[in-house]
Design a binder for this molecule. Sequence first.
Ligand code: NAP
Length: 260
Amino acid sequence: MKLKNKVALVTAATKGIGLASAEKLAENGALVYIGARSEELAKEVIKSIEENGGRAKFVYFNAREAQTYTAMVEEVIENEGKIDILVNNYGGHDVKLDKTIIDTNAEHYFYEVINNLQSVFLTSQTAIKSMMKTGGGSIINISTIGSAVPDLSGIAYCTSKAAINSLTQNIAVQCAKYNIRCNAVLPGFIATKAALENMSEEFIQTFLKHVPMNRPGKPEDIANAVLFFATEDSSYLTGEIMEVAGAFGKFTPMYGDYVK
Ligand code: NAP
């Protein structure tokens, strides 16, 4: 119960990495707000967390309604008097429109970049103003391995997440004096609905040839990293850009040719 008496908010917490992170924080004693566009889905998550002895509440958040980023955080602070942990898990990626520099429409590029950047900037800005008054907090941004290892497609997604890494480090430096830590987790290929829907079986097999741990990650693998950054176990870490990717991109470029 490392997070007893802590108030956490996880954005897009009804599925995948967000859901696993919300469950993990609740298991460890935090009261977890489920930021979601569907109250019905959030209620199912809350029921399951409560059945496991945890505490969770719903807060409305829809990435298509930019004002809800700020409103969601303000609602948590108004209800609980504080926010200790903010997990910026939401991230948008349209694989049909977001391709290479040559064939990505500029309008879509800037839409996706703003969509992803505001998901960290707006929530963090609002939370930090409260954390400064309540003695500090921890912000965890879910980025992607594609922000560190350039990709053949997805230029908006990759560059927006790279900017999120930089936002993470700038927040860390600017807010350290307020005891506010900010770290990023860079998932590799994690077997969630979004990832499986966006990738062909052929792509998945090719990708896995380049993952020394030779398996897709599980949402729990990312949730464990989120928990680490949320607790005092990481009390002297801020501005970290932590890859949780089974060592994808960390070895000799010939690796895939030699490993089946
Ligand atoms: P996921 O399993 O598909 O879940 C997506 C979540 O986003 C759902 O809870 C969904 O809510 C919510 N969502 C979608 N559109 C929304 C909107 N307009 N407003 C509010 N919520 C919305 O996704 P995931 O794979 O866990 O991805 C989570 C994060 O991890 C993202 O930032 C992604 O970039 C990052 N990531 C994932 C991988 C991977 O391999 N999976 C790799 C690198 C980085 P509903 O339930 O209402 O649909």
